[in-house]
Design a protein around this ligand. Structure first.
Ligand code: UD1
Ligand code: CA
Length: 456
């Protein structure tokens, strides 16, 4: 980060044909967030003064995503895909209005970090144009960053246009470039399309800039940060890398992952200290986990979706799973137990509440220390609207109870097993709605004898 104002331009006009999708490439997700969202987040953590996004014609959903995540972002349309320089020039009004540094990113490289952007800014303190390169394991397909005998960068040669000798260079262009705004437009306007693809290559800015007497610098980054997504296999490979990095971070933060490779996090998952996560646990967006929590195998936790954005909070000391399903708006207080086949949605379970088996708790409050028996269901939906269930502190809900919302069970009340509770229950009362027990001595034996006779 420097004091110089920073404009970040994200190129995202590519159609992404190889994804074979009705969804624009940059809206595909890694760790629960769009590729574009990851790049915008990096731009934001690099403290960009302004963000501009270049989209293709008709990419209204990409525009919406950009403006949702970066409300001040300017969105430009590149009418025809004529290369990366042409794409950048679609943002001409933003470039012309900006005085300071400009960093160009690609919308399909979600692993790029703010640190690389910051390093580019620092290098712009000495050079007019900065190329971000990396040592490619296999450089085929990348533009090669060419340096002279003194180590000065003089050109980037696209693979298709490179000579045999140039193709032996492994230092490759990541696609991230930095410019000082001063003579940037002059350089961009001088770029032509006389190359193997007949495209306007942004990479030609290096050679042209040098001819114009501008200074060129480079910084290097790790190959993993530059990984682009062009097809579904690369999408999976980027997800793989992202998860590996996140798991390492979670473990470094003091959590035990018994089988790290089976646990999937979201871009915003927060995990506390001394948390134990057993195998096969999945975190969707918007989940915060406190300290000393145990999450047992096969638990699925999603904190936010399109309807409920509040997230899910798993408080300190919670014991969760195996096979629990925690959904948006769930708030599990200190020491809560939620066990197998229990689903919690938009519900607060206050400290020490327990729902250990086979329940649905939706649109509800469960007071501190209350016990929810196996098979208890909050009947929250009448086919049109959702209704609330309120269970008081210390209440005991017998097994297989249906709580027909809206309904309240007072503090300390006991509900008999198998009840259907459609009216409020007072504090400390006992409520039972099941039919009285009826018993006919010997009936079953007589019945069997009768049936056996009929068969003959
Ligand atoms: C580009 C670089 C190459 C580098 C590689 C790194 C150029 C000419 N080449 O090649 O040196 O090694 O990235 O991955 O820049 N885009 C538009 N409009 C266009 C063309 C592209 O918006 O008309 C966007 C794409 O959506 C993408 C980015 O620019 O986000 C890069 O374009 P792409 O076609 O993937 O470039 P590469 O051939 O991979
Ligand atoms: Ca690419």
């Amino acid at each position: 980060m420097t004091d110089t104002p920073l404009l970040i331009v994200i190129l995202a006009a590519g159609k992404g044909t190889r994804m074979r999708s009705a969804v624009p490439k940059v809206l595909h997700q890694v760790a629960g967030r769009s590729l574009l969202g990851h790049v915008i987040a990096a731009a934001q953590s690099a403290a960009a003064t302004r963000i501009a996004v270049v989209v293709g014609p008709g990419m209204d959903d990409v525009r919406k995503e950009a403006v949702k995540l970066a409300p001040g972002a300017e969105v430009f349309v590149q009418t025809e895909q004529r290369g990366t320089a042409n794409a950048l020039l679609a943002a001409r009004p933003a470039l012309a209005a900006h005085s300071g540094n400009v960093v160009v990113l690609c919308g399909d490289t979600p692993l790029l970090t703010a640190a690389t952007i910051a390093a580019t800014e620092v290098r712009l303190g000495q050079s007019d144009i900065v190329v971000v390169g990396f040592e490619a394991t296999d450089p085929a397909g990348y533009g090669r960053v060419l340096t002279d005998a003194y180590g000065h960068v003089y050109a980037i040669r696209e693979h298709k246009d490179a000579s045999e000798a140039e193709r032996t260079v492994r230092f490759s262009n990541s696609g991230v470039m930095g410019f000082r705004s001063g003579r940037m437009l002059e350089v961009l306007d001088a770029i032509g399309s006389a190359n193997a693809n007949s495209e306007f290559y942004l990479t030609d800015a290096v050679e042209i800039g040098r001819q114009k007497g501008l200074s060129i610098g480079s910084v290097s980054t790790h190959e993993r940060e530059t990984q682009g997504v062009n097809d579904r296999a690369q999408l999976a490979s980027v997800e793989f890398d992202w998860q590996a990095h996140k798991r390492a971070g979670v473990m470094a933060g003091g959590a035990t992952l018994v089988a790290p490779e089976t646990v999937y996090f979201s871009f915003d998952t927060v995990i506390g200290q001394d948390v134990v996560i057993e195998p096969f646990v999945v975190f969707g967006p918007g989940v915060t986990v406190g300290n000393n929590v145990t999450i047992r195998a096969f638990t699925h936790i999603v904190g936010a979706d399109r309807k409920i954005a509040t997230g899910a909070r798993i408080g300190d000391g919670v014991d969760l799973g195996p096979f629990s399903r925690i959904r948006p708006g769930a708030d599990l207080g200190k020491g809560v137990h939620v066990g197998n086949f229990v689903e919690v949605k938009n519900a607060v379970l206050e400290a020490g509440a327990k729902a250990n088996h086979l329940s649905y708790l939706g649109d509800a409050r469960v007071g501190a220390g209350a016990n929810i028996g196996a098979g208890t269901i909050t009947c929250n939906y009448d086919g049109f609207n959702k209704h609330h269930t309120d269970i008081g502190a210390g209440a005991f809900i017998g097994s297989n109870t249906a709580l027909v919302a809206p309904v309240k069970v007072g503090d300390g009340a006991i509900i008999g097993a198998g009840s259907v509770i459609a009216k409020d229950v007072a504090a400390d009362a006992l409520a039972i709605t099941r039919a009285p027990h009826e018993e006919r001595p010997g009936w079953a034996a007589k019945f069997r004898t009768m049936m056996a006779r009929r068969k003959k």
